[in-house]
Design a protein around this ligand. Structure first.
Ligand code: PMP
Length: 285
């Protein structure tokens, strides 16, 4: 059976899930989205994702045409319709069809799309051996231009940086902010371990405030690992004992090299492994 997509509250086969070519989501990246995971049939941190979706929409003056309760129900119904227990959910709200001009007031019908599918996981070798990163020359969006805290459909900034990573043979690339400090990767937040302290760029570093990032900070506190949200530079990563990335799809993935330099002893570190194990326990609670 074909994948069932939720389009404005109606479940339709993927072939029939169509939106207008005049949709400003397509024409201008005008819209917001979320990427979520379901584990053992339950959507991980659904409330946090809905909070972030509403914040993103508010930041771009997009009024969501659905209640929070209904959207949560529709996400669960889409998972159920596709018999997905462990999977990935993409929640998208576009500005809707308008004219060819930019004016968002011409778009009167925002489109709500929910795609639930099997997750294509990173290969296990990434977790066993760790990733290599390069620093992209493309900086993360300046917060005064388009705040990285808005999870908007405009991901061109990250896509260009991702291309730089791929050209260098890396699946992820490190992005700096307009000040030259570490922001995040193209689709993941970044952490280091420095002499037993877990450090990650603060929200004012120009990052998306990742749901996994926040969960990992909480786990670390429960495990008695000191945490700091702060300004980090590339130097901090070069001299770190451990480094890892977090994201809904990647979960917690070790990083062992940045710009051809080994981080720590060049192998996934013990605190990274502890946090990954604790994260795996948390998601199945
Ligand atoms: N940063 C960016 C740019 C992302 O796209 C993502 C993935 N949504 C993340 C960080 C990680 O966020 P989360 O843990 O909420 O998936």
């Amino acid at each position: 059976m074909s994948l069932q997509i939720s389009l404005n509250g109606q479940l339709v086969p993927k072939e029939d899930a169509k939106i207008s070519v005049f949709d400003h989501g397509l024409l201008y990246g005008d819209g917001v989205f979320e990427g979520m995971r379901s584990y053992a049939g339950k959507i991980f941190k659904l409330d946090d994702h809905l909070d972030r979706l509403w914040d993103s929409a508010r930041a771009i003056c997009l009024e969501l045409p659905i209640t929070r309760e209904q959207l949560a129900e529709d996400c669960k119904a889409t998972l159920a319709a596709n018999n997905i227990i462990d999977g990935y959910i993409r929640l998208i709200v576009t500005r809707g069809a308008g004219s060819l001009g930019l004016d968002p007031n011409r778009c009167t019908n925002p489109q709500v799309i929910i795609i639930a599918d099997k997750i294509s996981l990173y290969p296990s070798e990434y977790y066993e051996n760790g990733l290599h990163l390069v620093t992209a020359s493309t900086i993360r969006n300046h917060p005064a231009a388009l705040s990285p805290r808005v999870k908007s459909l405009n991901y061109l900034n990250n896509i260009i940086a991702k291309m730089e990573g791929l050209q260098a043979g890396c699946v992820e690339a490190l992005m700096l902010n307009h000040k030259g400090d570490v922001a995040e990767c193209t689709g993941d937040n970044v952490f280091i371990v420095d002499r037993g302290v877990l450090k990650t760029p603060s929200t004012d570093s120009g990052i998306l405030e990742g749901i996994t990032r926040n969960a990992v900070l909480e786990i670390a506190e429960d495990l008695g690992i000191p945490t700091r949200e702060m300004t980090l530079t590339r130097h901090d990563l070069f001299v770190a004992d451990e480094c890892f990335l977090t994201g809904s799809a990647a979960e917690v993935v070790p990083v062992v090299q940045l710009d051809n330099r080994p981080i720590g002893d060049g192998k996934p570190g013990p605190i990274t492994k502890r946090l990954l194990e604790a994260f795996h326990k948390l998601v199945r609670q």
